[in-house]
Design a protein around this ligand. Structure first.
Ligand SMILES: [Zn+2]
Length: 449
């Protein structure tokens, strides 16, 4: 592998921005500052040099009964084109075995263009599943995912709390979807009974109260079990206030938001094609949008994760679907970074250093992905050469997801990745994907201290 120098750019870390050159050898950053001539030179004059983004929330792996529209081969094209160089995908427990789900994920990820790791979704918190945890951690799979929103969580809370306690002993992070199952079930039934089954009623079926109740319970669970809980896709002012309070009391909770909550409100559900924006939780009010920005700036939120799981227009808009049957989720991997820069940094809602912290440094640290998320000597040379002046109109037809629409279609964005490096190799350059499927590698997750 040839040596590479990146010259003339402005490096950005979670703490500061500064002018310096980089020297890369063997896929890693070996020098920062004044660096010698390399076999290959990259000019980054006028560009920001950011660490590659680390997205802790994607759904690229298959299950026995489902293959995502954006699998690893498609979804990671969108990832690298958007400056995301490491993705963490959910993998589902299979026939009772967490290991089997991971093996499926590893097979699927053979076509990945970027580096990857996993969260194991626990659908059956059995003694057998708990017994698997030590060997998973030993193999670098130190993360679990639990859906509080499922009826299983309600029926087997005691077993899930035993799982949390076992995760705590092994230093495994537990990602948690916090919405209250019973409240959603009750709201959904009442709306159906009243004949209110259209997509316009989707937000009413999953009220803020459902998120708040579950976040409160999750904070108690973190405290009682000793586990570190990563609360995914937080959406409302009330839930964020609860997380802020819990962090003030040193509860072991981390907060993630989903990009959509920064840019859109429930007004979207007045549209005839509203189903295109259905995801969980739903889009909220303008006051919640402000609260999410504030929480992102003040440290209540630690990360932005995409929850990337696009569905085709036809699947979203299929006639006759009641609000609770519309498949949830949207594409977001390619627009994560440019939207956050354009709407956050340029509009002075977020410092550029804080942006780097929430999309790269924090996620790498929280998930135990050593060598990722930060420009530092010894770390992997995963870099985004970002042009802060590039302007672009978002068009699904020009993006790399397999999806045929984008939730931000028509948005004008300033700032876009020009060149993306994965372990020192150019994987994306000026609109062109340069990596082949299989370029990505599994990244071991270290256990939490
Ligand atoms: Zn998700």
């Amino acid at each position: 592998m040839v040596s590479l120098a990146v010259r003339g750019g402005t490096l950005v870390s979670a703490e500061e921005s500064w002018r310096a050159d980089l020297f890369i050898k063997g896929g890693r950053i070996t020098r920062i500052g004044r660096v010698p001539t390399a076999e290959r030179e990259l000019d980054a004059t006028g560009l920001l040099v950011l660490p590659g983004c680390v997205d802790l929330h994607t759904h690229l792996a298959s299950t026995p009964t489902w293959t995502p529209l954006d699998d690893f081969a498609h979804g990671t094209r969108a990832a690298i084109a958007g400056g995301v160089t490491t993705v963490v995908s959910m993998v589902y427990q299979e026939d009772g075995s967490l290991r089997r789900g991971i093996e499926r994920g590893l097979r699927d990820a053979e076509s990945s263009l970027c580096d990857f790791a996993f969260h194991s979704v626990v659908t059956d918190p059995s003694a057998d599943a708990i017994a698997e945890l030590p060997s998973l951690v030993a193999d670098g799979h130190a993360g679990l995912k639990v859906f509080m929103v499922s009826n299983r969580f309600v029926e087997r809370t005691v077993d899930y709390l035993a799982l949390y306690a076992a995760a705590a002993r092994r230093g495994m992070l537990v990602a948690v979807h916090a919405e209250d199952h019973l409240l959603i079930e009750r709201s959904t039934a009442a709306l159906h009974l009243a004949g209110k089954t259209g997509v316009a009623f989707f937000p009413a079926s999953r009220p803020v109260e459902a998120e708040l109740l579950a976040v409160r319970a999750a904070v108690r669970h973190a405290t009682s079990s000793g586990a570190s809980l990563y609360l995914v896709h937080l959406s409302s002012a009330a839930a964020l206030d609860e997380v802020r309070r819990a962090k003030g009391e040193r509860a072991r909770v981390f907060g993630e938001t989903r990009p959509l909550y920064l840019y859109l409100t429930r007004q979207q559900f007045d549209r005839s094609d509203a189903a295109l924006w259905v995801g969980q939780p739903p889009l909220r009010e303008q006051a919640d949008v402000y609260a999410v920005w504030r929480a992102l700036a003040d440290g209540t939120l630690d990360t932005v994760g995409t929850d990337h799981i696009p569905r085709s227009r036809a699947d979203k808009l299929a006639p006759g679907l009641t609000f609770d049957k519309i498949p949830p989720g949207v594409a977001n991997l390619e627009t994560l970074l440019p939207m956050l820069y354009s709407e956050g940094v340029r509009k002075e809602r977020l410092a550029v250093e804080r942006m780097v912290e929430v999309v790269a440094t924090n996620p790498a640290r929280i998930a135990g992905l050593r060598g990722k998320g930060e420009i530092a000597v010894g770390n992997d040379a995963d870099l985004v050469l970002f042009d802060p002046r590039a302007t672009r109109t978002i068009r699904a037809s020009e993006l790399h997801s397999a999806c045929d629409y984008d939730p931000y279609e028509g948005w004008e964005v300033t700032g876009w990745p020009r060149t993306v490096l994965l372990r020192g190799e150019v994987v994306y350059d000026k609109g062109e994907i340069r990596a082949q499927p299989g370029a990505g590698r599994f990244v071991r997750r270290s256990a939490l201290a």
